[in-house]
Unconditional design. Sequence first.
Lengths: 416, 95
Amino acid sequence: MRYSGFRVIKEALTGHKGWKPAWRDPEPASYYDIVIVGGGGHGLATAHYLAKEFGQARVAVIEKGWIGGGNVGRNTTIVRSNYLLDGNEPFYEFSLKLWEGLEQDLNYNAMVSQRGILNLIHSDGQRDAFIRRGNAMILNGADADLMTTEAIKKKYPFLNTDDARFPIKGGLAQHRGGTVRHDAVAWGYARSADSRGVDIIQNCEVTGFRIENGVCKGVETSRGFIGAGKVGCAVAGSSGRLLSLANMRLPIESHVLQAFVSEGLKPVLPGVITFGAGHFYCSQSDKGGLVFGGDIDGYNSYAQRGNLPVVEDVCEGAMAIFPMLGRARLLRMWGGVMDMSMDGSPIIDRTHIDGLYFNGGWCYGGFKATPASGFAFAHLLARDEPHPTATAYRLDRFEKGYMIDEKGVGNQPNLH
Amino acid sequence: MIIDHPLLGPRDSSEFTYLGDARLIDRPDPDGGDAAAAFYQYAYLRDNPAGWHRELWFHEAGDRSWLVVTRNTLTHEISKVELASDVARAQGRSK
């Protein structure tokens, strides 16, 4: 069923009795060409692109809980492509281009809103670093705009540019960046993949991999064995847990990241703003809540909840840059499990086990990557070669010395 | 989280800096035959368990001691706190 404005009017006039479930609830078959473990944004996007772009129909997505219940529904919904390094920037720009055409591609309203993102500059050194980053972005076909304090004052009059402690000296803006309704991304990909024949199997936990003579033959699940030509794992924070079932140790630690939303307000914040003197980012949802976050808690965790010192730290960042936020009540806060890699960049690669593929290590930047991650993982699964924008995301780069370390802090996951 | 320091008693975890898996105490032998592979595994690969995890915390805003904390990554419950120097000595190390 195609969604359209006409359809909405027709259903409104006929009591909304014609809407059908957006995807089926099939029983797992005994064999698929490709099984994707993980029904989050990346797994569902992989299934969509496998079916649509690479002609693969015998595909299943296996999800332990319900689709979209993990990090794709827990992030702060920001999309951008403002990276510095050659290994990253073309990939994230590819992702932003896919975001721009996502709703037409999926026939689904994901509320893609290119309201712009602004990284504030508070020192001369930071300006130099951001100019370099902006140039790297432009060289890779992205947009970047170095905004003066005057231009920022005009666009965001509520910002205190003359703050004695953290004066705003300018900002690096990416006007094509913005926000996307994150749940709709999971649902849109799921609906599209399902309509192209992909089986989405929920409430089905992978309990093991069947590996014979170094070849992965399928997955053992809570609903029986499912044979597969290839198995792709896209389980974000659960990567270490899942791949330990294949006796693999990964260059990943799982950490908890908290996010926050205030009570609903009238429109006050027209884009995404990040504070450059601390770690704080904020945007306003279409419902009116200010959505914001900061650092990870910094210790291994699968708990999906964090602790109060980080709440205090994030709120201090908020008060430093948006004192008006102090008048709003905090409505909700929650945590998600981040697959923090050793260099802060992701992995999309084969493993040493034939037929077993891995997608993970997204740290706390996986949401913006969802379309390109799915596309690149589908490319790898279908053709056994990496997508041109994802060639640097190798699993063996740590052993070979080809780290992609945007911040240059080394193999300390809680610092990325 | 409250970390029950063996010498100082209960301290808030925000006084500490987190390093990671306590296996980082056991630095590989740089003269061993497989030193390159061993250091790759030491520096980059982690067990990352969901459940009990022995990990290194540094009391940066306190007595600057290194602790081995046994903590559950699913619940944040802490069951045991030891001085890292005691753990290393128990393994036969001199310091």
